[in-house]
Design a protein around this ligand. Sequence first.
Ligand code: GDP
Length: 455
Amino acid sequence: MTNKEETIVALATPSGSGAIGIIRLSGPDAISIAQSVFKGKDLTQQESHTIHFGNIVDGDMILDEVLASLFVAPRSYTRENVVEISCHGSAYIIESIIKLLIKKGARGAKPGEFTLRAFLNGQMDLSQAEAVADLIASNSKASQQVALQQLRGGFSNQLQTLREQLVQFASLIELELDFSEEDVEFANRDQLKKLTHDITRIIGSLIQSFELGNAIKLGVNTVIAGRPNAGKSTLLNALLNEERAIVSHLPGTTRDTIEEVLNIRGINFRLIDTAGIREATDAIEQIGVQRTMEKINQSALLIYVYDAEQITIEELNQDIANLQKPGISMLIVANKIDLFSDAQVSALPHNENTVLISAKDKVNIDELKNAIYHAAIKYELTGNETLVTNIRHLEALQKTEESLIKVLSGIDSDITSDFLATDIKQALHYLGEITGAVTTDDLLENIFSKFCIGK
Ligand code: GDP
């Protein structure tokens, strides 16, 4: 996967031109290779965590004036010798320096290879390495916080503790196998049962946290639906505070769907405005209506908007009944309250969960944003909770849970130690897959190949 004898090099900053580009070298010869092209000081004689000004030279030709930052093993990201060369951010300069370093003995790094080495050298476990990618991809306060929490080992520590407890029992049961002739029980079954129960409960709550974790990481898919002319496009604009969607008097103008991202208190909501729900009159409309239903089925949150002036209570109830889907939260929004007096507004068809707004005059938009947030995020986030955000982790946790349930039923039906040991080992195996205590080359390849080069 990676030959640690080799020194690797890659651009660590985005490609293209910028004020600065940072080229990263990691491996046993990182410092000597950097030194072979650096004129200024002797980098091989410098302390770790120091920065040095000098020129990068190719023979007699100066390529650039740079700063070289030195990290001596094991005090670096990869736990290897690392040199970061900060040069001027010209694509030409960067390419020339990298080519030169390769000529001097470095090898171009593969995607994620720096982080792979950090993992293989014990700098971080696998879930932390994955958090590096999540942190770089984070695009909202909440997704950044969850990734940071994972990177700092919150999730790993929790799993590690569970794993250690199970390992202890597994070894006691193994011991029983050695004494199988004598019918002894080293591992107290009641204690094992309690421990397995406790762990299963914690695993269960981690599995449950995925829904929220995933929403935070990827955003909450939110569909705005309602009859034509209810004011969906106007509402989308009011929420986004700009004129993005097309607003028109003709029913059915918003034929295709428009997707925008609305950030409420650190959570990204992917808002999808849809063609109106009603009996389609022409073929294009029909496609729109069909898409609306598809979009609703793929969403986590549905904002149903109606025109409080036009709709009858029967139509309202019918729409709500048609749109309600298990697993999808629904928020009901009565629009166009500007057309009514305060006294009339309270008499409009609505229930206590309805948010009354005027999209056109931007009345109660903040209240609506609050309601949207709470419809998706059911409790206050502290930023310290452990949330599962990764589908690979979710699957491993589900398999762990299955094995633990087998352990529990095994204890209940008094199965022999060897079967019990097999089930506990299975659970340990799946837990270990998350942190990388158990890995295969394929798994690592799969994870790190999704990283970009230089990471
Ligand atoms: P859509 O078909 O649901 O997307 O509806 P539009 O956003 O295109 O709005 C349809 C019509 O209703 C337009 O003429 C809007 O100006 C009007 N409209 C939207 N919201 C309001 C509102 O809050 N009050 C009033 N009076 N008219 C509105």
